[in-house]
Design a protein around this ligand. Structure first.
Ligand code: FES
Length: 85
């Protein structure tokens, strides 16, 4: 990590992103195009990018239903995708 970057973990995959990057940007960097799993079992991903659609909900440091598009990465953050939501 540098002042201009931070390291986070996406489903156990460590990635480094620019400081201030959104969680959804880190998810893309990890090569994952999934945020949550719908109640019918479909993989979902960020759609609106502005906090409206709720499709980008992930679990961050154990807290469920965090909007990945509206949350900036912090160093050491652990992000889980694919949660049933
Ligand atoms: S992408 Fe729509 S709320 Fe996050």
């Amino acid at each position: 990590m540098t002042e201009r970057s931070c390291s986070v973990t996406i489903d156990g995959i460590a990635v480094t992103v620019p400081a201030g990057a959104s969680v959804v940007a880190a998810i893309v960097t990890a090569g994952t195009l999934r945020t949550r799993t719908s109640m019918t079992g479909q993989c979902r991903f960020a759609l609106c990018g502005m906090g409206r659609c709720q499709e980008c909900r992930v679990t961050v440091d154990g807290q469920p239903h965090v909007l990945a598009c509206r949350t900036a990465c912090r160093d050491g953050m652990q992000i889980q995708t694919g949660t049933l939501a």
